[in-house]
Ligand binder design. Structure first.
Ligand code: P71
Length: 444
């Protein structure tokens, strides 16, 4: 931790035992994806692999125009350059770090219009991904130049929480009524669709395929980081319904990503992605994943650990403010807690609090969370019980966990590369008297 500046991003993966940093690019590829990769067509243009990807995206989401990018932020970049005018605003549910960054770099301003429950960790409201319609209407009616309205599926910063189709429909009608484009961040749309099926009256009988398409069809377009629910190590795309918008995005993709028939991906990446998109509609696969987070959440809840409720799609989020009440937010409690989990049992997690907030935006009194994020199709129940043991072990020693101060603070997206020093020495946290569970390790 000392070498890594108390920043879990700066650890080497071989020094990590259970890697819950992110679900991004960390899923296991299926045998079908690996087989498809052998057929990658690496032609610069006109690649067969692109057309397979385009067909899969059209079939599943229903948007006719598909613009591939190397990953989600590539699509966010194109979208911001295409739709954001200097001084314009983008209303959204909370924010995502890279999404907001691209809007601001294009001269726009981000405005949060999430429901208030989104920022209340112990609220069990089932649709924390909803947008507050009154807030949105106020913004739209005030006469601002609105570039587009953005709604994020399985709202990451709120704990991976879904929106309801009822809310989505209302947001879509309201936004389009003002002649403003409505764009989804459809990353993790398949888990959002499963939550709708489970939680929203009237949708229990719909197939996941129907629900995913229904959600997508409420928007004018969407961007996707396919590194999540499409099970690929790298890849993403924008998909839209309007030819004129597609043309403008393609004019940007050739500058920043590559020819519109690969957009920064290799042919074999596009093959894996095309197959992954189809697998993301398989309810068995999505349900197995979501129930892993639920299982870990239950273990922690039973141990009395403060977590965000209900448990979201891709992670269990630990509420660091309640976990470490002796620390002020300026002492970076979530960053410090992530370090403590690593020290106790080699578990790598991610800070989602003041450090992920924004340079220059302190003081900050928003959510202060540690995300235990599950890669898809990777870990076993035994790994999850280990994680719960580690978190519980630290919880019993919580008052000894010190705060942190920055020793290096980058100006943009500071959480990635920042370095810290503890304000007091960390206690000895490593769990003793217990063997770590056996993992299969490839030959070095
Ligand atoms: C996650 C990530 C990856 C990440 C990104 C930034 C900071 C830390 C970790 C990426 C997302 C996302 C949403 C809703 C767009 C992106 C960017 N999430 N929208 O959760 O969750 O996609 O990483 O493929 O560029 O660990 P990209």
């Amino acid at each position: 931790m000392d070498e890594a500046g108390y920043n879990t991003f700066l650890l080497r993966s071989e020094d990590v035992f259970v890697d819950l940093l992110t679900d991004s690019g960390t899923s296991a590829l299926s045998q079908e994806q690996r087989a498809a990769m052998e057929l990658g067509d690496e032609a610069y243009s006109g690649s067969r692999s692109f057309f397979r990807l385009e067909q899969a995206a059209r079939d599943v989401f229903g948007y006719p125009y598909v613009i591939p990018t190397h990953q989600g932020r590539g699509a966010e970049h194109l979208l911001a350059r295409t739709l954001v005018r200097p001084g314009s605003i983008v209303p959204s549910n909370l924010y995502f770090t890279t999404s907001r960054e691209h809007v601001e770099l294009a001269g726009g301003r981000w405005v949060d219009v999430a429901v208030t429950e989104a920022s209340v960790p112990d609220s069990t409201f089932p649709f924390k991904g909803n947008i507050d319609l009154a807030k949105l209407e106020e913004v739209l009616a005030t006469g601002y130049d609105v570039a587009y309205v953005r709604q994020e599926a399985c709202l990451n910063m709120a704990g991976g929480q879904p929106f309801s189709i009822e809310n989505l429909t209302a947001v879509s009608e309201l936004t389009r009524g003002y002649g403003v484009p409505f764009i989804l961040d459809a990353t993790r749309i398949s888990e959002n669709a499963l939550f709708v099926k489970e939680r929203e009256p009237g949708y229990a009988q719909h197939s996941l395929t129907e629900l995913i398409r229904l959600i997508a069809q409420h928007a004018d377009g969407a961007i996707f980081s396919s590194k999540k629910d499409h099970f690929v190590p790298i890849g993403g795309f924008a998909a839209v319904g309007d030819l004129e918008l597609a043309r403008r995005l393609r004019e940007q993709v050739v500058v920043y990503e590559g020819f519109p028939h690969y957009g920064g991906m290799a042919g074999h990446d596009m093959e894996a992605l095309a197959q992954g998109i189809r697998e993301s509609t398989d309810e068995r696969v999505v349900r197995a994943y979501v129930s892993q987070a639920r299982y870990l959440g239950e273990l922690l809840e039973d141990a009395g650990v403060p977590i965000v409720l209900p448990v979201g799609a891709h992670a269990v989020f630990v509420d660091a403010k309640t976990f470490l009440p002796h620390l002020d937010q300026i002492e970076c409690p979530a960053q410090s807690l992530a370090a403590a989990f690593y020290l106790a049992g080699g578990v790598r997690s991610m800070e989602r609090g003041i450090v992920s907030g924004q340079h220059g935006h302190d003081p900050y009194d928003g959510l202060e969370l540690v995300r235990l994020t599950l890669p898809r199709r990777v870990y076993t129940q035994e790994h999850l019980t280990w994680v719960a043991d580690v978190v519980t072990h630290v919880y019993a020693r919580a008052e000894q966990v010190p705060g942190l101060r920055f020793t290096y603070e980058p100006e943009r997206l500071r959480f990635f590369l920042a370095r810290f020093a503890p304000l007091a020495p960390f206690p000895e946290l490593a769990i003793e008297g217990r063997e770590t569970p056996v993992v299969a390790v490839g030959a070095a």
